[in-house]
Design a protein around this ligand. Structure first.
Ligand SMILES: NC(=O)c1ccc[n+]([C@@H]2O[C@H](COP(=O)([O-])OP(=O)(O)OC[C@H]3O[C@@H](n4cnc5c(N)ncnc54)[C@H](OP(=O)(O)O)[C@@H]3O)[C@@H](O)[C@H]2O)c1
Length: 270
């Protein structure tokens, strides 16, 4: 994700390569990033943050705590920290770093090709200028939507963050069904992906509600009506709704458990 962000920022000319310093523990990966993007590279996180305006945390959730401990006390009050770490709350990051100026982002996988949907929020200490800067950085990953309450981040995790998983599963099921009917797999793949892409573009360009678009292709006694009957009988809507609710509950409980584990650790150190 960090590389996608670097790539997006450089291709949009938001910043020059020498304005970016990436910190990465593995030597081969450092060399690869340096070769591909000509950015400055270090293996030292404290060194990386020394003179920058924005510090992006793009680690796996399990690596976050170590990085927060390492960076604790090294940030200047005017530096903005932007975390894309799934489930990590503003409070967790702020307390871990003992720093106030935090932006929390929930991106999604298509961000890797600059077509992501990022939902984000910020702590009260983030200035208007820094909000604008955060927005510009996130546009390197695709579209972005600011929400003024952190509660929306768990909801966004269930919709846009986890959303590609639902889409890929539907895609896979349709491809398998097409193969079942007798299509070679590569043709099944083309038919399904182009149908999905075209339908989404059509829906986005149309002013009509999805139900209206669906009704337009559902003729009496036709193929769509027969298929829809089976989809409704199989409770597709209810299953999707339950899946989204489960993802939302999981996101809330992961956020709660990670912040309470960190609080326990801090208390035991004190
Ligand atoms: N991928 C997505 O589409 C997506 C979508 C939504 C949210 N996210 C969130 O974005 C975050 C990053 O995900 P990702 O897919 O980009 O993960 P990733 O490919 O594993 O990248 C994490 C990077 O952090 C490096 N790293 C590990 N420990 C470090 C440390 N202590 N200091 C500095 N760098 C360190 C890793 O280095 P090595 O691998 O070389 O050890 C790796 O290059 C995660 O929290 C994830 O939940 C990702």
């Amino acid at each position: 994700m960090a590389e996608a962000m670097i790539q997006g920022l450089l291709s949009r000319k938001t910043i020059n390569p020498n304005g970016i310093i990436a910190s990465e523990p593995r030597k081969e990966r450092r060399e690869e990033l340096q070769r591909k993007h000509c950015v400055k590279i270090t293996s030292d996180n404290r060194e990386a943050i020394k003179s920058c305006e924005v510090v992006v945390l793009a680690l796996k959730p399990q690596d976050l705590e170590g990085a927060l401990t390492e960076l604790n006390g090294s940030l200047l009050p005017k530096q903005m920290v932007m975390s894309i770490v799934a489930g990590a709350r503003l409070k967790t990051i702020s307390e871990g770093l003992e720093h106030e100026v935090i932006v929390r982002v929930m991106p999604n996988t298509p961000a890797q090709i600059g077509e992501g949907m990022s939902v984000w929020t910020a702590s009260h200490s983030v200035s208007q200028g820094q909000l604008d800067q955060a927005r510009e950085i996130l546009q390197a990953l695709g579209k972005e939507r600011y929400m003024n309450d952190e509660k929306f981040l768990d909801m966004a995790t269930a919709i846009s963050g986890t959303g590609p998983t639902y889409v890929f599963l539907v895609m896979e099921a349709m491809i398998d069904a097409a193969v079942h009917l007798g299509f070679p797999r590569h043709i099944a793949y083309e038919l399904v992906t182009e149908t999905m892409r075209g339908s989404i573009n059509f829906a986005m360009k149309s002013t009509k509600h999805p139900a209206e678009l669906r009704n337009m292709v559902t003729s009496p006694g036709g193929t769509s009506a027969a298929a829809l009957y089976q989809l409704e009988k199989g409770s597709l809507r209810t299953v999707l709704s339950k899946a989204i609710l489960a993802a939302y509950e999981q996101s809330k409980s992961l956020g709660e458990s990670s912040s309470s584990v960190k609080a326990e650790k801090r208390n035991s150190v004190r």
